[in-house]
Design a protein around this ligand. Structure first.
Ligand code: PLP
Length: 437
């Protein structure tokens, strides 16, 4: 956010009045800055791909496309989003451990840069469906473990990718391919990495694995996807990545690799790092109440739209940055637990958050909420549905997703008339009947 209370000069209170709450607001400038800052520093051999899953709104994807980012997608709808956002086929990759034949066919039909295969079994399926000569990347589950990730993906038994050791022994399977062409590897080590040196070490490890696999198995390295997983700071004890340190280190190892493999496209795929900081989740306080000496603000949105801020499943509840929108400049001298409207004690956006005095009707903003918001939340829980999403671009607010209506929520259900109640067994027989086997 340009500032917590205005987005490109538009007061958040105006946005809430115009579009209602709960509301996600995305600032296209902040989104663009995250990309260009990294792009400016990264080695030119590296292409940045945006991971649609972090925030798949088509207008967000279109901003990324307009800046020159590729798109990494993982479902039919995300692939369709890439087309809708205008991302060129050669700037799209598709990955995911359970791709359907329908998805694989759609990838082949659109002619994307590469399908990333996550198992030898999938590779066989793709080979059967593919016209000759199509490029494929193999996702490797590296033999080493992740440095500094909050959620690690490599080095352990996983549904993702093909174990490095197994790939080394799969020469005959690769030689048996009739249509697809293995042209590189992909690895993704984990998410929420805040340690720059960890990213550098992961990159060096993945590039080393790529060299070894290509040499042992005899496929060219036209593309190597080094993953990403760069984090942003959410909690009090966290600090944003040191971007200079990260890019100095990554550029050194990529530079060496690029000198040996001129023309090889190195992909870095990022979701949270690009989209996380551009978004704010805006809710309105409905009630301010006390329970056993503690103050609660009950708002109109919570876990159903922002599971990440609620942090269900985390060992300790830690708060995303949360602010009062209306009471700019007032001292944050009260402690509130900020909850949503759901009937579960888990629905807590922030516990013991310092805020200025909150009154019913006040707006509260959860910052750094541009990634893994509604699409990774249980939006149908209690049937509140999807919130509205607004993208502020060129100092204009655009509604980029309509809030779900009751009609949207019920329209996909089917009412089957319940069977007419049968005769009461007690009146029929005088005694309760046992159900025949
Ligand atoms: C989720 C995911 C990403 C994006 O992760 P971020 O941590 O948001 O950058 C990239 N690649 C793969 C394979 C993923 O599963």
């Amino acid at each position: 956010m340009t500032d917590a209370f205005t987005v490109q000069g538009i007061p958040v209170t105006d946005l809430a009045d115009r579009f209602g709450t709960p509301l996600y607001v995305y600032d296209a400038e902040v989104l663009a800055d995250a990309y260009t800052e990294l792009r400016r520093r990264l080695h030119p051999a590296v292409d940045i791909f945006y991971s649609a899953k972090a925030n798949p709104n088509v207008s967000v994807c279109a901003v990324m496309r307009s800046l020159g980012a590729g798109l990494e997608v993982s479902s039919l709808a995300e692939l369709a989003t890439a087309r809708w956002a205008g991302t060129a086929p050669d700037d799209v990759i598709f990955l995911g451990p359970g791709k359907s034949e329908e998805e694989l066919r759609a990838c082949l039909e659109y002619g994307i840069a590469a399908v990333v295969c996550e198992s030898l079994e999938e590779l066989e399926t793709l080979d059967r469906l593919s016209p000759p000569g199509r490029r494929v990347l193999l996702r490797v589950n590296p033999a080493f473990t992740t440095k500094g990730a909050r959620l690690s993906m490599g080095g352990k038994p996983r549904q993702f990718g093909i174990d490095h050791e197994m790939l080394l022994g799969s020469g005959s399977a690769l030689r048996a391919l009739r249509n697809v062409r293995v042209a590189g590897i992909h690895a993704y080590m984990g998410t929420r990495i805040l340690d720059a040196d960890g990213v550098v070490q992961n990159t060096a490890g993945i590039l080393a694995a790529a060299r070894e696999l290509s040499a042992e198995l005899g496929f060219p390295l036209e593309t190597v996807d080094i993953g990403g997983g760069l984090g942003i700071a959410y909690f009090e004890n966290e600090k944003d990545l040191d971007l200079d340190r990260l890019t100095d280190g990554v550029n050194a190892v990529v530079g060496e690799f690029a000198a040996e493999h001129p023309g090889c496209r190195v992909i870095m795929e990022l979701g949270r790092y690009l989209a996380g900081r551009c978004g704010m989740y805006v809710v309105r306080a409905r009630y301010v109440k006390r329970s056993k000496g503690e103050w609660f603000v009950v708002t109109d949105g919570g876990m159903n739209h922002h599971m990440a801020a609620v942090g269900v499943g985390s060992f300790v509840k830690r708060n995303f940055p949360i602010r009062s929108i209306d009471r700019h400049g007032e001292l944050a001298d009260r402690m509130y637990t900020v909850t949503g409207p759901l009937c579960t004690p888990d629905d807590v956006l922030g516990r013991r958050v310092a805020l200025p005095e909150v009154r019913p009707g006040d707006l509260i903003g959860v910052e750094r909420s541009g990634a893994y918001g509604p699409t990774s939340s249980p939006v149908l829980f209690l049937s509140h549905g999807y919130p509205a999403e607004v993208l502020v671009s060129g100092a204009t607010a655009h509604l980029v997703r309509h809030r779900d209506t009751v009609g949207d929520l019920l329209g996909r259900q089917v009412l089957v008339d319940p069977p007419a109640p049968g005769p009461d067994p007690v009146t029929v027989t005088g005694t309760a009947q046992t159900v025949p086997e």
